[in-house]
Design a protein around this ligand. Sequence first.
Ligand SMILES: [Fe+2]
Length: 331
Amino acid sequence: MLRTLPFPDQRPPEYIKLEGEPVFDANIHLKLEVPRSVTSLKALGYDDNIITECPSDFGVSSAFRIFSDEGLTVMRDVCLKMYDNRNISVGTGVNRLGSYVRGAGYRSKFIKDFCDSPELAEHLSAIADVQLARHSVPAVACGVNYAPEDITRAVDSWHTDSVAFDIVIMLSDPDGFEGGEFQYFEGTKMEGQELLGISGEEGIDIDLPEERVVTVPFPAAGYGFMQQGNMIFHRARRLKKKAERMTMIPSFVVVPAHAPDATNSVNMAGWDDPCLSAELARHEAWRAAARLEALVDNISLHDTRKRLVDDLDVALAPLLEFRNRLSKDVN
Ligand SMILES: [Fe+2]
């Protein structure tokens, strides 16, 4: 089991720690099943040059069972308790998402231990065909989305994710709400963005051609699907009537730490969640340190100057790009 970066031993002061939670136990709270179908990046129209740059050809799966009945009961309870302490209500600003919790693992040890569970990481790694571990940025390691108070807003508009792998777990009874469908575009993200006339990762709430849009069915609460989220153009539609629609979105990094990393820290630097800049700096420092360590082992005394410069650039580029983005906000 390859390790991820541990959670920091501090907590953003805005986040209230839940007390008296049950202790997470994979044997009791998980009931991991395999998805019936998986759609590859190739099937979505990505060409081989792009797929080679990705950690795997896995695109998106059908929903499969993740929580046992007991696990679902506890997770629903924890997520309902966090609602009043969600990010939008602590002055962290409104963004694309209607109503959400980031960094749920700071508030709930049950959630942290669930997201950290080796059983979950191993299961997802086998499905994605690449070694995954809980995401090293706590804000995105375990997020929870609630329906917006204003139901005329989409739960989440068309976008790609700033992390490579995530699972979207339905925590509410899918028969208990109308609308709120999770959908992805059957094509590449470039094509989807072009059809909508947008660039980058952030969404816009208009419709793509219906025949190119796939709705992911959730058989019941406790089921979730996995996606290579930075490659899948997706959204969650608005509810037709006010109702509970709660999803949990744990994210994962590719390990070992020197492996290529699609985490978009530069984009996330524009989010205003508490302590996120420090979380991102920690993540980028961790990955850069691992790349430099691998470089120490790989440098040959016979390497040319050009080769050495290129190798150092590759090891340092994501860290420096993030550093330069942060420095824009420093007076
Ligand atoms: Fe997303």
